[in-house]
Design a protein around this ligand. Structure first.
Ligand SMILES: Nc1ncnc2c1ncn2[C@@H]1O[C@H](COP(=O)(O)OP(=O)(O)OP(=O)(O)O)[C@@H](O)[C@H]1O
Ligand SMILES: [Mg+2]
Length: 338
C-alpha cells in the first residue's frame, strides 16, 4: 500500500489552503466500480456539501478518506498529509460520523464517549459534558444506547465528534431522525464550526440544509463527480422566481407581460402568479420593480415572494437519468471534477 500510495501522491497539488484533496480516486467492490476517478478539492475553513442520489458513492468516498475501506487507485491528503498512511497522526484533528453511528448498545451514551475519549487522549475526556450538552443529549446521557431512539443515536454521534474539538468535521446524513429542535441545534453547531475557520464536510439529502451550512458542493452521480464548485455559482445559473398573490390575476398578467425583468408569468392554482425572471435578474430587486408596476396599474398585492434559484432544482436536473452535464456549469474547467 505504501509504495502505491507514494506514487499516486504525485497527482495531488499539495496546495496548503486545502483541508482535503482527493485525486483520481477509484474504488471497486469486486467487479463493480463505485467511485470512478473522483477528484475533489476542499479548501480549509469552508462548509463543503457532498451530494448525490442514493448509491452515488458519497459514503464510500468518506469511508475511503477515513481509511475504513481500501481503495483501488488514486491519492488523498488531509491537511497536506497523505492518507491513509498518516491517519493515525491526523486522527485527533478529525471528528466524523459516517453512515449510521455505531456504539456499544449495552452501556450508556456517556460510557461510550468515555471509551472514545480514552482512546483519543488529548483532553477529550474533559469535553464529554460539553459535548453531551451541545449535542442536546444531556438528559439521556446515562441511558443505555440500546434504549436510544434514532435521533438520540444521531445526537450521540455528533457528541462523539465534539469530544475531539475537530479541525475537520465530517457528518454523513447526521440530520436523519432529528426532531426540529435537534435539526436547529445541529445547524447552529455546523455554522459555528465553519465560522471558527474550521472545515465541515456535510453529506445530506436535505438540500436546503446543505445550502444553509455550505458554501461549496461536489455532486456525485454513479461514482463520478458531475459538479464541483461554489453554491453561488449554481444560483447564478439557475432560474429565479417571484411569486405573487393579488386581487386581480388577469390584470396582473397583462401588466407583467411588459415588466422588463420578467421573461414569463403564469397563474398556478396553488401558488398564485409565478413570474420567471430573466437570467441575471436579482429576485429581490425584481420583486420591488414588479410590485411598483402592479400597484401603479391598480392591482392590490397581498403577497410578493422573491425566490432565488434553489440547489434542489438544479440537483434534480443534473442527476436525472440521461441528463447531459455539458450544458451545466460543471462543464467549465474550473468547476468540473478534475
Ligand atoms: N461493502 C460494500 N460491498 C459492496 N458494495 C458496496 C459496499 N458498500 C457500498 N457498496 C455499493 O457502493 C455504492 C455506493 O454506496 P454508498 O453507500 O457510497 O452510496 P451513497 O451515495 O452514500 O448513498 P446514500 O445516499 O443511499 O447514502 C452502492 O451501489 C452500494 O451498493
Ligand atoms: Mg450514504
Amino acid at each position: 500500500m505504501e509504495s502505491f500510495e507514494g506514487a499516486a501522491q504525485s497527482s495531488l497539488s499539495g496546495e496548503s489552503h486545502l483541508a482535503v484533496e482527493v485525486a483520481g480516486l477509484t474504488k471497486r467492490f469486486g467487479r463493480r466500480t463505485v467511485l470512478s476517478d473522483v477528484s475533489v478539492a476542499i479548501p480549509r475553513g469552508v462548509g463543503f456539501g457532498i451530494l448525490g442520489p442514493n448509491g452515488a458513492g458519497k459514503t464510500t468516498l468518506l469511508r475511503t478518506l477515513l481509511g475504513l475501506v481500501r481503495y483501488s487507485s488514486g491519492a488523498m491528503r488531509i491537511f497536506g498529509q497523505p492518507v491513509p498512511s498518516e491517519l493515525p497522526a491526523l486522527f485527533r484533528r478529525i471528528g466524523a460520523v459516517v453512515d449510521e453511528p455505531g456504539f456499544l448498545p449495552h452501556i450508556t451514551g456517556r460510557q461510550n464517549l468515555e471509551m472514545l475519549a480514552a482512546a483519543r487522549g488529548d483532553g477529550a475526556s474533559k469535553r464529554i459534558d460539553y459535548a453531551l450538552e451541545r449535542a442536546g443529549l444531556g438528559a439521556n446521557s446515562d441511558q443505555k444506547v440500546a434504549h436510544y431512539s434514532t435521533g438520540m443515536r444521531q445526537r450521540l454521534g455528533v457528541a462523539s465528534c465534539l469530544i475531539a474539538d475537530p479541525d475537520l468535521l465530517i457528518l454523513d446524513e447526521s440530520m436523519n431522525g432529528l426532531d426540529p429542535a435537534g435539526m436547529q441545534n445541529l445547524r447552529t453547531l455546523m455554522r459555528e464550526h465553519v465560522a471558527s475557520s474550521r472545515t465541515l464536510i456535510f453529506c445530506s439529502h436535505l438540500l436546503d440544509e446543505v445550502e444553509r451550512a455550505c458554501e461549496m458542493v461536489a455532486i456525485l452521480d454513479k461514482g463520478k463527480v458531475v459538479f464541483q464548485g461554489p453554491i453561488a455559482q449554481i444560483r447564478g445559473q439557475g432560474t429565479a422566481l417571484v411569486k405573487i398573490g393579488c386581487d386581480d390575476e388577469r390584470r396582473a398578467l397583462s401588466v407583467l407581460a411588459s415588466v422588463p425583468c420578467a421573461t414569463e408569468a403564469r397563474f398556478d392554482h396553488h401558488e398564485g402568479i409565478i413570474v420567471v425572471l430573466r437570467a441575471g435578474c436579482d429576485p429581490v430587486h425584481s420583486a420591488v420593480e414588479i410590485n411598483r408596476s402592479l400597484l401603479g396599474a391598480g392591482v392590490a398585492v397581498h403577497l410578493i415572494a422573491p425566490e432565488r434559484p434553489r440547489l434542489e432544482d438544479w440537483f434534480i436536473e443534473l442527476t436525472r437519468p440521461g441528463a447531459s452535464t455539458d450544458s451545466s456549469p460543471a462543464s467549465s474547467p474550473e468547476v468540473r471534477g478534475r
